[in-house]
Design a protein around this ligand. Structure first.
Ligand SMILES: [Zn+2]
Length: 406
């Protein structure tokens, strides 16, 4: 999927089809709403007639709507156009090692309902549980007819065509289907994606205007750590869709145990589980092969942050150490990919004031160029549920994305 750059599309307007013009119109309305037909035609430098007919199609299919009239210097006041997002609904699902979150939201990512429950590690049991919860949620909000799909993010590698989860170390999953089973259960299309890639997509599609560039990395820190990479406005997927696994780059091959089975991965120093393990003085337990003891014994990263704020020095130390390791790893990412900024999502951003100096110091230690050392790290807003926003984008973004032309 490629984002349409609404500032530089002149070439496309001369050489490509009505479908591309349609998506450019849609993206322009989204970026500039409320906007008039005349303004769209002016921005695209194409005939008013073509624009009018494309807009009529978009109105007929319910993608955009006409709202209040705007102001004009003289003459008739124009009717303004908006993208229809409020009554187009998505169920977003974030499957994690610790808990699974389900959110009903609209196409703009506005939350309507949110619930969470303990994750069943058996994929079949999880699908059965999710199916009944999603059905109940849709019924409770009278949303069945208006929900256009389910977006599912998982902590693992997803095969693009089949939607199968090839590997999710935290869950102990190998070559597992949840997409098709869930689609059958709820009777809606289901889109599935690796969580960091979905977060990067959401940053492109639902991010605040002016807050996104064409070259950025989105680092997600939760029970695991991963990265969604966007270069030249394109999400980098790699040959088999598994790019971005920076979490399993080793910092020290004799380092702490990682949930993937290896030692010393970046994730084993920086994930929520790693931070909690550091505080508790316990090693993480790989999940493969049976029993799943919760390494933190019910203690969450939010609890740990609260303890640190209440004066627990060991809690602060554990959190600040995570900040330092995050910075060291981000320094490596900066060297490898040269992004203009790095977004950081996850509960740890709730301690941003505590970790920021350590993050910056880590980057300063490792980044090789003066420009690299200055790369901004932007923490995701607290309570923004970036992974659920990512899941929402899986359903909403294809309506706005550029069609594949290459
Ligand atoms: Zn690992």
């Amino acid at each position: 999927m490629r984002k349409i750059d609404t500032r530089d599309f002149r070439r496309a307007t001369r050489t490509t089809s009505r479908e591309i013009n349609r998506r450019i119109v849609l993206n322009l309305v989204r970026d500039h709403q409320p906007v008039s037909r005349a303004d769209i035609a002016r921005r695209m430098s194409i005939g008013r007639g073509v624009v009018t007919s494309i807009i009529q199609d978009l109105i007929d299919e319910g993608t955009i709507y006409e709202g209040a009239t705007g102001h004009a210097a003289r003459g008739r006041r124009p009717t303004m156009l908006y993208v229809r997002t409020q009554d187009r609904l998505v169920v977003a699902v974030d499957i994690r090692f610790s808990r699974t979150f389900v959110m009903l939201s609209d196409f703009a990512g506005t939350q309507i309902a949110l619930e969470s429950f303990e994750t069943a590690f058996d994929p079949h049991a999880l699908v059965v549980d999710l199916t009944s919860r999603i059905r109940r949620l849709l019924d409770a909000h009278g949303a069945r007819g208006r929900c256009e799909g389910v977006g599912l993010v998982v902590p693992g590698m997803v095969e693009r065509l089949t939607g199968r989860v090839l590997l999710a170390p935290q869950l102990g999953w190998r070559d597992v289907d949840v997409r098709d089973a869930l689609a059958k259960g709820v009777g809606l299309p289901v889109q599935i994606e690796n969580a960091p890639m979905a977060c990067a997509l959401a940053q492109m599609w639902l991010g605040q205007r002016g807050n996104t560039t064409d070259n950025f990395v989105y680092v997600t820190v939760s029970d695991g750590v991963g990265a969604g990479i966007v270069l030249n406005g394109q999400l980098i997927r790699g040959e088999t869709n598994s790019a971005g696994e920076f979490g399993h780059i080793p910092l020290d091959t004799n380092g702490p145990q990682c949930l993937c089975g290896a030692r010393g991965c970046w994730e084993a120093y920086t994930s929520n589980q790693a931070t909690l393990s550091r505080y508790l003085g316990r090693e993480l337990v790989p999940l493969w092969g049976g029993a799943v003891p919760h390494p933190a014994g019910g203690l969450t990263i939010e609890d740990l942050i609260s303890r640190a704020r209440a004066g627990d020095a060991r809690a602060s130390e554990a959190i600040v150490a995570t900040g330092h390791y995050l910075g060291v790893g981000i320094g490596g990412i900066v060297n490898a990919l040269n992004p203009s900024q790095v977004f950081l999502g996850g509960e740890i951003t709730g301690a941003w004031d505590m970790i920021q100096p350590a993050v910056r110091a880590g980057i300063l230690e490792r980044a090789l160029t003066p420009a690299g050392r200055k790369t901004p790290v932007v923490p995701e807003q607290m309570g923004g549920f970036p992974r659920l926003r990512g899941a929402t984008a899986l359903v909403a973004a294809p309506h706005f994305a550029a069609p594949r032309v290459a």
